[in-house]
Design a protein around this ligand. Structure first.
Ligand SMILES: O=C1C=CC(S(=O)(=O)O)=CC1(O)O
Ligand SMILES: [Fe+2]
Length: 349
């Protein structure tokens, strides 16, 4: 059933972290996110272009997990429509009073048909927008939250669900038999607000923040090196095939994956063409053909139900992407039809 409420964008995530102080060092001291509010229980962070109270909540807890992904809707009236929609689907629905999450007005939090805790809100406190605060932006200068990426076992079913919420596909990865390994869908006029990664789920794959310039991503890598924290770098920096974005994947102190991302493209016209990649194309996930490290395909964050308990994972029944490329990724074809080398130069196992 098509939803009758208007989601405008991915807006914030709430992550459970074990040590607030250590997480603060990673997200504030190194990534440079701005603290809107902090107390013994949680830290509320935003990026430099953001004027809403936060785009990331770090909440102290015993086990690292995702507590919520939140989308902003176009008006407060849409929140009630969202609640009615998910009640009609038979989903668990929690009506949240204003301030249930600091800085957020009346909202609704549901367990969606894919098993994820998802919140829909409009009203939120406005705070100082640091767009021109070059005096404090630091070298990373993260501008805004860009998207969520989730593990889900059945990508076509998840895609159909998100399309029922008004999302449109920008790119996907398929094989010759039509198996869909991953899909990217948007509401705002960029490549995606949500990416669906085929795998056991519901699990969070990553949250992603955007910068305006590629060198700001390189600066973050240099800063991590200066802190002797280069082991926080999981994958990249590099250039994606899908989305065309320049990217970097980090793992925070609890193992949550955070992507820093820039330079994707506009998708706002109604006839925006879908790009479909061959799963055997070695440039699909890294345009320069660099291998995708195995942990990127396999590791993700547990998600919690509305009562705070971990949600049971359903394994994927179709083939996994890491099974259909040769060895660890990076060993598929570069030029379709040419005999594939046994290993790419600098092979890794
Ligand atoms: O944001 C993204 C854009 C592209 C890719 S991929 O690795 O190029 O498929 C992954 C991603 O979903 O993190
Ligand atoms: Fe991403």
């Amino acid at each position: 059933m098509t939803a009758d409420f208007d989601i405008i964008r991915a807006a914030y995530a709430e992550l459970i972290v074990r040590d607030l102080a250590e997480s603060r060092r990673f997200y504030v001291d190194i990534l440079g996110l701005v603290v809107t509010h902090e107390d013994d229980e949680a830290i509320y962070l935003r990026a430099f272009e953001e004027y809403l109270h936060h785009s990331l909540v770090l909440r102290q807890g015993p086990v690292p997990a995702l507590a919520a992904l939140a989308y902003r809707v176009r008006s407060q009236a849409e929140v009630a429509k969202a609640a009615a929609h998910f009640e009609s689907l038979g989903c668990s629905v929690e009506h949240r009073a204003s301030g249930a999450t600091r800085g957020i007005g009346e909202a609704v939090r549901v367990i969606d048909p894919l098993g994820f805790p998802v919140e829909f809100f409009y009203d939120a406190d406005h705070v100082e927008r640091y767009t021109r605060r070059y005096d404090v932006q630091g070298s990373g200068a993260i501008s805004r939250l860009d998207h969520f990426n989730i593990f889900t076992p059945d990508v076509p079913a998840a895609q159909a669900y998100y399309e029922s919420l008004g999302f449109r596909v920008s790119e996907d990865i398929q094989d010759e038999a039509g198996t869909v390994y991953a899909s990217w869908l948007y509401r705002k006029a960029t490549v995606h607000d949500i990416a669906l990664t085929g795998g056991g789920g519901p699990r969070l794959h990553h949250i992603a923040f955007a910068t305006h310039e590629r060198n700001q991503i390189v600066n973050i890598c240099d800063t991590l090196g200066a802190y002797r924290l280069s082991d926080r770098i999981e994958r990249g920096p590099g250039r994606h095939g899908v989305s065309n974005a320049f990217y970097l994947y980090l793992r925070d102190p609890d193992g949550h994956r955070v992507e820093i991302y820039t330079h994707d493209y506009y998708t706002g016209d109604p006839d925006n063409p879908v790009v479909t990649w061959d799963v055997h194309d070695n440039q699909r996930r890294d345009w320069w053909g660099n291998p995708v490290v195995p942990s990127w395909y396999s590791e993700g964050s547990t998600v919690l139900d509305l009562g705070g308990s971990p949600i049971t994972i359903t394994e994927r029944t179709e083939t996994e992407e890491s099974e259909v490329t040769i060895g660890a990724d990076g060993f598929s074809y570069t030029r379709k039809g040419e005999a594939m080398p046994e290993y790419k130069l600098g092979n890794q196992v």
